[in-house]
Design a protein around this ligand. Structure first.
Ligand code: HEM
Length: 137
């Protein structure tokens, strides 16, 4: 029998956040729902350079998958994220930030995650969105 202070082999294998919340499918659902909001948004939609939002949806999905501990496909295809730099061509002001977060809030809500996961994801999104602001007003 194991002693009380012994940690059995295997019990410390940690799952990544990516795995804990359901892997690729969860992130695909999240970003798909988010882009449904963006597609209808009069402020955000014109900021996206491409007619088809599909490729942007794919880039963001792969980024989040990688960030949360899944496969590194984003970097393999796009290189270093450098997100502030990649957003520099777009006017990310307070209004754009608020609209972006509103659609993200809807998308996160629809995932129906466990509270601690939801809070962790939301804390990250609010922090990341604030750090992307590059235009005053
Ligand atoms: C705060 C408001 C934000 C606005 C208005 C905004 C807007 C945009 C726009 C217009 C693009 C270009 C679409 C494309 O061609 O891919 C883009 C790309 C992207 N955004 Fe944002 N964004 C915001 C915040 C964020 C945040 C918080 C994250 C990360 C958590 C993020 C992650 C990305 C990624 C990964 C890409 C694709 C980068 C690449 O080219 O590989 N964005 N964003």
């Amino acid at each position: 029998m194991d002693g009380v202070n012994e940690i059995r082999r295997g019990t410390l294998q940690e799952q990544t956040f990516y795995e804990q919340v359901g892997g690729e499918e969860t992130f695909r659902r999240l970003v798909h729902r988010f882009y449904q909001g963006v597609a209808e948004d009069p402020l955000l939609r014109p900021m996206y350079p491409e007619e088809d939002l599909g490729p942007a949806e794919e880039r963001f999905t792969l980024f989040l998958i990688q960030y949360w501990g899944g496969p590194r496909t984003y970097s393999d295809t796009r290189g270093h994220p450098r997100l502030r730099m990649r957003h520099a061509p777009f006017q990310v002001d307070r209004a754009a930030h608020d609209a972006w977060l509103r659609h993200m809030r809807d998308a996160v809500d629809e995932l129906g995650l466990a509270e601690e996961h939801e809070e962790q994801l939301w804390r990250y999104m609010t922090y990341a969105a604030a750090s992307m602001i590059n235009t005053e007003g």
